[in-house]
Design a binder for this molecule. Structure first.
Ligand code: PGA
Length: 235
């Protein structure tokens, strides 16, 4: 894993959006793996700017998101809604180009990704508990897309997007660790001191199910972008 530490979130967003923009320029039919959460928002903002400024076409792209809630009370809290707001709508990416893991036959999602030739570039965040997508601690490394019970710490972390903790769904459908590992290239971004413990565990060099993100030690093409807060325990 290559680890890059930057002073500001803006610098990270600039570099990561550049990687996506370069890929889209070179490969207009690229397959993008996308993440939700606070972390990728600055990157998506920069990407929208760059794509518009350079006049890049997006109509050949296909996207696969990492995860989606199950049994949402509020459609506005769905990850599809998040992506529409931050990326798809600003860029004019059409619904039929985009995919989210389904509640019914989730494993079919892995087949669909493969049918599109696999994910060229996957962006990831990391949970404060070391999860990637919604693969919580002790998820088997060979898991494909599946339905999960969300850890209490994940529900609490994500409650900021909901009226109250009780409104946060208890389940989600997520790409599995094996699904994520099939991406050709992965960029993981971690920002803020609340991620420092998870980052330290991920970069300890040993892949262990207690820190799902540590599976990335086994992937041949991963770049980890950290700000100084997230890198706080590495010095
Ligand atoms: P965040 O979530 O970007 O909102 O911190 C990251 C994650 O849980 O994977």
């Amino acid at each position: 894993m290559q680890v890059i530490i930057k002073k500001t979130i803006e610098e990270i967003a600039n570099e990561v959006s550049e990687k996506f923009a370069t890929l889209i320029e070179k490969k207009p039919k690229a397959v993008l793996g996308l993440a939700t959460g606070s972390t990728p928002i600055p990157t998506y903002q920069k990407l929208v700017e760059k794509i518009k400024k350079r006049g890049l076409r997006v109509d050949g792209l296909t996207t696969f998101n990492l995860d989606e809630y199950v049994n949402l009370k509020f459609p506005k809290e769905s990850y599809r809604h998040f992506m529409e707001e931050h990326l798809f709508h600003p860029l004019g990416i059409k619904r039929e180009q985009t995919h989210f893991p389904p509640e019914v036959n989730p494993e079919g999602y892995d087949e669909l990704i493969q049918k599109h030739g696999g994910i060229d570039l996957q962006i990831l965040g990391i949970g404060s508990n070391g999860h990637i997508a919604f693969n919580e601690a002790n998820t088997p490394f060979d898991a494909k897309t599946h339905i999960v019970d969300l850890a209490p710490s994940t529900r609490s972390d994500n409650s900021r997007f909901f009226p109250s903790l009780d409104d946060v769904p208890t389940q989600a459908v997520t790409m599995g660790l094996a699904t994520i590992m099939e991406a050709k290239e992965i960029i993981l971004i971690a920002t803020g001191a609340n991620k420092m413990k998870a980052v330290k565990a991920m970069l300890s060099g040993v892949a262990t199910p207690s820190c799902p993100a540590s599976i990335l030690n086994h992937h041949p093409n991963v770049t980890v972008y950290l700000d100084e807060g997230a890198a706080g325990l590495l010095y």
